[in-house]
Design a protein around this ligand. Structure first.
Ligand code: UFG
Length: 328
């Protein structure tokens, strides 16, 4: 069985669906603090509990006979990480330490890990490769980098292999429209844009149009959540096949500005989506675009849904059919 921590979250639930499609037995561990029970179908076994509870995790590993772990369970709000850093150290760093200790006790020696482009901080390069300096500018990125390093040392000491996947901007939803993004509070650009045609907000705020980019708004690299899920399965197969520990960027490798995203959403939804320029949001780098060739060469992974219109259309299908997310 593959244990997916945080499998009731946005990326986790898409990954669970992909693993089931590939014929894996899947066990989800989630404390449901931010995850949704309804996002996990009945084909996966559900263990409700917290990764920081070592006894609980040991029981999960014993009962499931786990072969490997895919680790999503973490706090992931950049803003909150700056006002409550200890929450991030506790849940992300301490939580991972307990998880790895429980894996060690149960002889589970493979882990795929959900990391982030935030480990790079303000990159001084146009196309970010995995080997550039890691200088996170927020606690969230710092804790993810600590988690990566913890896994590196566990490989050296115990032979526990890992793959860290550094996501850029994850977006979209499963095209069947039954699972998707449901965060509270929502801070991500695409779901916020789509709240306008859903009549949940009157207009969009664009945070800054004075960045050194062609239209003055921030540029990001948007990757479809289903492509991301597929990459996790491929990373798992890499480790099962005896592959070595590694870290990879996961992105589409193309950059789109906030204004371009709004324009694409107008076309997809047919709604005018009014937008007004607001001051910059603290800590936003002007441009974050990945060089995604390492994962293509090492794992043969190539994103398939790279059109931002397709990404937005899939997100729109989910949000318009579930305006209250997983809530009733
Ligand atoms: N934006 C707006 N208006 C909004 C929301 C966002 O203009 O209402 C802008 C942001 O300023 C930014 C862009 O849209 O320029 C994308 O913002 P998101 O919040 O969707 O995503 P981020 O790039 O800030 O963050 C993402 C992930 C984080 C991760 C980070 C790595 O969501 O988890 O990339 O830098 F840490």
């Amino acid at each position: 069985m593959i244990i997916v921590t945080g499998g009731a979250g946005y990326v986790g639930s898409h990954c669970v669906k992909e693993l089931l499609k590939r014929g894996y037995e899947v066990g989800v561990v989630d404390n449901l603090c931010t995850g949704h029970r309804a996002s996990v179908g009945k084909d996966a076994r559900f263990f409700e509990g917290d990764i920081r509870d070592g006894e609980f995790m040991t029981k999960v590993f014993k009962e499931s006979g786990a072969e490997a772990v895919i680790h999503f369970a973490a706090c992931s709000l950049v803003g909150e990480s700056m006002t409550d850093p200890l929450k991030y150290y506790n849940n992300n760093v301490h939580g991972t330490e307990v998880l790895l200790s429980s894996m060690l006790r149960a002889d589970v020696d493979k882990i795929i890990f959900s990391s982030t482009a935030a480990v790079y901080g303000e990159a001084q390069t146009d196309m970010i490769t995995e080997d550039i300096p890691k200088e996170p500018t927020n606690t969230y990125g710092e804790t993810k980098l600590s988690m990566e390093k913890m896994m590196k040392w566990c490989d050296k000491a115990y032979g526990m292999r890992h793959v860290a996947l550094r996501y850029f901007n994850v977006a979209g939803a499963d095209p069947e429209g039954t699972i998707g993004e449901d965060h509270s509070p929502e801070t991500h650009l695409i779901p916020i844009i789509l709240q306008v045609p859903l009549k949940k907000r009157e207009k969009l705020s664009i945070f800054g149009d004075d960045y050194p980019t062609p239209d003055g708004t921030c540029i990001r690299d948007y990757v479809h959540v289903c492509d991301l899920a597929r990459a996790h399965a491929m990373a798992l197969e890499h480790l099962i096949g005896g592959g070595k520990s590694d870290a990879f960027n996961l992105a589409s490798g193309g950059g789109y500005s906030v204004k371009e995203m709004v324009e694409a959403a107008r076309e997809v939804t047919g709604h005018p989506i009014p937008a007004e320029i607001q001051p910059r949001r603290a800590g936003d780098p002007a441009r974050l675009v990945a060089n995604a060739s390492k994962v293509a060469n090492a794992l043969g992974f190539k994103p398939e849904k790279t059109s931002v219109k397709e990404i937005i259309a899939d997100a729109w299908r989910w949000h318009s059919s579930h305006p209250n997310g997983f809530g009733v």
